[in-house]
Design a protein around this ligand. Sequence first.
Ligand code: FAD
Length: 299
Amino acid sequence: MKIRDMISKGEPTVSFEIFPPKSSYSLETVFDTLGELKDLHPDFISVTYGAGGTAQSNTVEIASRIKKDFGIESIAHLTGCTSTKEGMKRTLASIKDSGIENILALRGDIPQEKLADKNWNPEYRYASELIDDIKAAGDFSIGAACYPEGHVDSINKVDDLKNLKRKMDHGADFMITQLFYDNDLFYQFKEKLDLVGIEQPVIAGILPVLNIKQVKRIQEISGCNLPPKFLRILERYEHDPASLQEAGIAYAVDQIIDLLSSGVDGVHIYTMNKPDATRRIMENISCVRKAVCRKEPQR
Ligand code: FAD
């Protein structure tokens, strides 16, 4: 099923993101994880796309097996910045042959060595260009990334919004956000989308914080705002990993319940391939999900 059709039913989706293991050797571990996530009845599962190597072909294989073997809808992430047009044609053909109907179209993070190479001339400079080629390759439902606090490379937030609008005008059906920890910033972002006339649904990306190392990395990559309530948790449980994990799960649950109660189009949980934390979150939101969503956990 196409995700655009799921969302158009007007009930919020609850979905997960997983990432492929770095080598095919450990591919089976991800299927063990999926076996556990399946019981939580997500509306769909997305599979990230690595910067290179085997992880890229694994994305297509995993997304295809999620659909065929686990009976759950899937979406394959796809990045353009390091790909040639010819290579992308082949990848899109393999995605189509695998029966995958949904693609999250991304520019990708540009590798340092490419940024340092003055002669580097990417065939895909922006996600919007990739969206054009996905549309030409078949009838996929296309998602795009969006950034409630602005993309780290953007010169200013106005241009960032204009670029997002361009991406949606090229044919993306919906957006999935970068993680955020301050729901108010998400609601303000939604208002800005209304102002610039972006009408496509926005799925909120939630990453439960499970350890300190992860928070430092998140800050490095996204520069997202950490609200006082969140900082208090980090400060209090910095040296107590079990309590930090407990508090991280509770914080994510609080965010999700607020979003679902406020009529969000969907919630996408970055599972980090950790089914236990995801299960705890899903158990905690089950009543609210039952009240607002079509698909209920069958327990
Ligand atoms: P774009 O939409 O192309 O935007 C990139 C930058 O260029 C922005 O600053 C934008 O304002 C600017 N821009 C866009 N169009 C123009 C234009 N025409 N002229 C001038 N400036 C422009 N990365 C991976 O490698 N693999 C993944 O699987 C992956 N999954 C992700 C999933 C989600 C939900 C999110 C939010 C991000 C994901 N990323 C992933 C990270 C993403 O690839 C990076 O954030 C990347 O730096 C930007 O990708 P984009 O598709 O948003 O780029």
